[in-house]
Design a protein around this ligand. Structure first.
Ligand SMILES: Nc1nc2c(ncn2[C@@H]2O[C@H](COP(=O)(O)OP(=O)(O)OP(=O)(O)O)[C@@H](O)[C@H]2O)c(=O)[nH]1
Ligand SMILES: [Mg+2]
Length: 371
């Protein structure tokens, strides 16, 4: 998962680190803007010489100590003051220090199919968190860069959506409609989501709303049978709205928690299929429309998601085939671009190959163990 991007980010992180180290070597340290002075403690203003008798630890070992407990706070405060003056030196990175690694990062993101607006947001975040801020000299440069990158990614990835919590807080049955273009993994994902929700303690029924493609009903029937989940279906060529209406009726009659509705794959520019989807939406009245696309489609997935969002609406995204995606661009870009949360990631061909999206999951995957 995301192997290509992971390797390139590792390289650019060390480039950032090298730039920071170069700055520290070549530039004089700057005084801290907020020295650690606490009320009641003795303090030495910036630039003032420390009295000679207070320059070594011997003072504390000899004069002040356990024999006179009342004086102990003075010892501690003085220690912390010496530490502030001696080790808390700082540096401030400039745009010039970071222009090269920032440019390199921008190129890496664009090459990895991260959408332009998302790349801009990440670079802007990196710039504002790294340039112009006071940094402690003893801070590890890689930690500084990794923290900035992590926060930038967190900003564009969003929070996701806790589907079990969503279901618990809605009237039953909760109706979820799966849409998207052909072959992206809608039907397989419905089977995975059904298995996932059942594990979470919900009862599920599936509606075979793809009556268009030959073999589609049989495909979902096999999944439902393997999982032991009830499927409602009509004949091939039937009106999908009618199938899904019946599925909701079944769920109501049997107090089923969740209805998962399959639909035929379609492109947003196919007017007849899109108006069919509009009819499904009116009759089925989904609580959640999940747009399904494959991570491996990169920027195409992001563009298509935006088109679906505009024409039919989407409340969340499921990205499939993440296990086969080396670049990570669509996973990073899709939520930020369409303004809707990533909900699930499909990570393989088995029923259990599904994970509920969290930003940390992607961040950890992209930045590795130390993130
Ligand atoms: N590696 C991998 N393959 C997946 C994943 N999800 C789905 N697939 C595969 O993608 C192919 C297409 O999946 P379907 O579920 O039939 O896709 P669909 O969107 O329903 O297709 P249409 O109904 O024709 O529009 C199948 O071979 C799935 O096994 C995934 O997360 N990882
Ligand atoms: Mg299908």
């Amino acid at each position: 998962m995301f192997e290509g991007l992971k390797g390139k980010l590792r390289d650019v992180r060390s480039r950032f680190g090298a730039s920071i180290e170069k700055h520290i070597e070549e530039s004089p340290a700057v005084p801290s803007p907020s020295p650690e002075i606490h009320p009641g403690e003795d303090s030495f203003p910036q630039g003032e010489t420390i009295p000679e008798d207070r320059q070594t630890g011997d003072l504390f070992r000899k004069g002040i100590g356990e024999s006179n407990p009342d004086t102990k706070p003075v010892k501690d405060s003085f220690f912390s003051k010496v530490k502030t003056l001696v080790t808390e030196r700082e540096f401030i990175l400039t745009e010039k220090d970071l222009s090269e690694p920032l440019f390199e990062l921008e190129m890496i993101l664009l090459e990895s199919d991260v959408a332009l607006s998302v790349t801009d947001a990440i670079i802007a975040h990196m710039r504002s968190s790294l340039v112009g801020n006071h940094r402690k000299i003893r801070q590890d440069p890689d930690e500084i860069v990794t923290a900035a990158l992590k926060n930038a990614l967190r900003e564009v990835l969003g929070e996701g959506l806790d589907l079990p919590a969503f279901i618990r807080s809605h009237d039953r049955p909760v109706k979820i409609l799966f849409t998207g273009v052909n072959g992206t993994g809608k039907t397989t994902s419905i089977a995975k989501v059904a298995a996932y929700l059942r594990k979470e303690g919900f009862s599920v029924v599936i509606g075979a709303g793809d009556t268009y493609r030959a073999g589609a009903i049989e495909q979902i029937r096999v999944h439902a049978e393997r999982l032991g989940i009830r499927l409602i279906h009509h004949q091939e060529g039937a009106d999908p709205s009618a199938v899904l209406f019946d599925t909701v009726e079944y769920a109501r009659a049997h107090s089923v928690d969740v209805v998962l509705a399959d639909t035929a794959g379609r492109f947003h520019n196919r007017a007849n299929l899109m108006s069919q989807l509009e009819k499904i939406r009116r009759i089925f009245k989904p609580d959640l429309i999940l747009y399904v696309d494959e991570a491996t489609a990169g920027n195409d997935a992001v563009v298509r998601a935006a088109e679906f969002e505009k024409t039919i609406g989407a409340d969340g995204v499921m990205l499939t085939k993440v296990d086969m995606d080396k670049k990570g661009g669509s996973a990073i870009s899709i939520a930020y671009t369409i303004g809707k949360p990533l909900v699930f990631l499909g990570v393989g061909q088995e029923y259990e190959d599904i994970v509920l999206f969290t930003p940390d999951l992607i961040i950890h995957e992209i930045l590795g163990e130390d993130a």
